[in-house]
Structure formats: structure tokens, C-alpha cells
Design a protein around this ligand. Sequence first.
Ligand code: SAH
Length: 451
Amino acid sequence: MKKNDLLTLTIEGMGNEGEGIGKVDGFPLFVKDALPGDVIEAKVLKVKKSYGYGRMMRILQASPDRGEAPCGLHRSCGGCQIQALSYEKQLKFKEEKVRSQLIRIGGFSNPPLLPVVGMEKPFRYRNKAQFPIGRDREGRLVTGFYASRTHAIISNTDCLLGVPENQRILEMILDFMEKEGIAPYDETTGTGLVRHVLIRKGFATGELMVCLVINGTGFPGVERLADALFTIPGMTSLTLNVNRKNTNVILGQKLIPVRGQAFITDRIGRISYQISPLSFYQVNPVQTEKLYETALRYAGLTGAETVWDLYCGIGTISLFLAQKAGRVYGVEVVPEAVEDARQNARLNGLSNVEFYEGKAEVVLPKLYREKGIHADVIVVDPPRKGCDRACLDTMLAMAPKRIVYVSCDSATLARDLKLLCEGGYELKKVQPVDMFPQTAGIENVTLLNKK
Ligand code: SAH
């Protein structure tokens, strides 16, 4: 097999990123957009030692699992990976992905895995999007999403995963930039002003936030742009975020309020949250409620417990737990998120919560060493890279009765669960929740009991 070969391929499996896998004389070829059950014509793109990559040129015989893919851009855009797969089969794929990672990486021979909690309506679920601004080949201003593995912008102002308001907001901003001659940021030269537009909507409150990420210290005519944007129902916050670094990280540190508040408010269950543009907030509010309820149930609180919530963000899980716990302590690294968290505790009249600013792997060991802190239950919800070793070691030393591990990456979850189980815990439950329909991503809540 060599590059540019055309061959007929039967797709038999799926990779972790949702790619189809077919074999040619036992040699696996990964093909984006191909589904198990498809027979396709594939063009070989790259051949490595033990596997290769191909491109789907034509579907010769469609898989029975192919469903409607309502977005015409789903193949070129890097946002969705498995939109062409029926939703029921998407859930099955995610369950199998989690199972295989728990077995392969975690070493659990028969993991206590529950079926994935799916969505009734798996579109328009995202409350947040970050749209890059650039130019197309003809030099016109565009926004949309990056194609997979590149920074080429696939032009689209109405992503079907996002809220309908995105379109009007984005078109207003592009229109304004066009008329005022404001240039988009150019990554190759580091020139130009506007990098990204961040839009977030509170699903429960209807509040809308727009944050313009700029390579500069101001935005010419921003008051007039604000006049236009604030005609959109729900608009309550316009801010500028300064990012002058040549980096892939979207947001910079500095936030400049323009109009309205520098945050929006939303509700999950009975708790209200204030959310700054710099703070993390789960993107799928419908599923978040199911996720947090599961976490709360797994925490098994009676009212007396001391609970630590590590990687707590704006205190979302902490406050959920505080309704049923004796005392809750949160730890979070982003200062604005900690500020939101403290404000949120006040907002909800919860006085049994306290937040520490810093890295979990630094704060927790230090407090354990210096103050001998104790926990009945520890909840963790780290970013994709999982927990730091120093954090896991301190958790084991603190020996809580239960650990609830919430994770958005099943590979690092499996790795960390292995270590916790080697340290004296038993994996009782793994509940996947589909927070990211149409993509290969999956969230999990797991319960570990001290043996
Ligand atoms: N539990 C929250 C946030 C989860 S996202 C919620 O459900 O909304 C993970 C959070 O961990 C983010 O807020 C991120 O800023 C924070 N974080 C990342 N690395 C960290 C670290 N080393 N220590 C503490 N917090 C960290």
C-alpha cells in the first residue's frame, strides 16, 4: 500500500476520535467520516509502520447506521466528528469507547459501566461558542469553526450545535468590522485586531454575553457596536478580552467591560451562577443537570459530611453539594472563577462553602501537611489531562470514604482510576453522560469506595 492508492474498504470499527477503521490484508486504515458497515472507496493519505490514514472518496454501500447529518458542513468542519452516525449508535460507540479504555488503560477486567445517558434533542445544546475571525481566499471577512487539525476557517455563522442567536450577533460584528475597516487578527504575521468572538447564553435566564478577543487595547467605535448588539433580546454583557500573545490559547488575562455586567447569570437546578467570560462553565446545561445530580447521588451525603471539590471552577458542583453537606471546600486555579464561586455562594445564601485559589496539586498537599485537613468525600473534575500525581497521592492519604471522579476524558480517567484502586479504592460505578452529541467526546461520573 502506498500514498494515493485507491482501494475498496469495508469499515469494521471506530477509533477513539470517531474515525472509521477498515483493514486491508490485516493492515488498519483510519478513515475520517466513514462508519462501521460502510463499504467505501478510500484514497490512501499516509502509511505508517502499523497503520495508515485514508480519505473517504465515495460511499459504495452505506452503513445501516448512517442517519441524517443535518449540517452540510459536517465533513469539512472540525467541530463534529460523528454527525452522520444515528444518535442511538453514537451512544453505543461512546459506551464501547469508555469500556475499552477502562479495560486497556485502567486494567479493569469487567468495569461497572452503565449505559450512556443521552439527550432527547441532540442539537442546539451548546451554551457557548468561540468563533475565530479571519479572511477567506477572496479576502472577505469570515467566521465559523476551524477545519479538523488546521486553522482554516470553515465559514458558518449558524452552527447547529449552538444557539440561533449566534448568527445575528456574528453577522452584526462582521458587518461592523467591514464598514469600519477593522482587520481580523492574522496568526502568521501577528497583525490585525479581532481574534475571536466568544458568545455564551444562560439557557435558564436567556441572558447573552458577547466577549470580543482582541490583539490590542481597545476596539474603535465599540460603543456603536454595543448599541447594535444590545438591540438583541437577552444581551446583558459586552466585554473585550486582551490577548496579544502569538498562541493557540484563545483568551488572554485582561478583561475590559464595555456595556452591561462583566458576567451573565444562569441556573442549574435550584442554584444560580454568575459566570465571567474567563471562567469555565459546562457547555451543555441540559446534560449538566443530569451530571451533577449523579455526582450528588454518588457523594451519598447525609448533611454532616466534609466534602472537597477539586477543580471546582465557579463552584458549580460545590454549591450543588453544599445543599446536602456539612461543609464544602473548593479548589480552583483561575482567579476570576474563584471570585465567581465566592459570589455564587453568597448569591445562593450558602454559607457552608469556602474556596481556595491555586493548583489542586499544590493547595491540597500543602493544606494536608500544614493543617491535616480531612474529607469524608472528595469530588474531582479535572481538565482533559486528568489529575496530577501529587493531587492523587494526597487524596489517598486523606482516605475519604468515597471519591467521585467527574471526567471529560475517558483515557486519563482510566489511568487515574487505576492508581486510586491500587491505593485502596474500589470502582463501584461509571456513568457516562453525553454532554457532546455529534462529537466523539464523552463525560463520565464515577464512584469509588474505600475498601
Ligand atoms: N467542576 C467545574 C469545573 C470543571 S472544568 C464545573 O463542573 O463547572 C475544570 C476546572 O479545573 C476549570 O475551571 C479549570 O480552570 C480548573 N483547573 C485546571 N487545572 C487546575 C489545577 N491544576 N488545579 C485546580 N484547578 C484547575
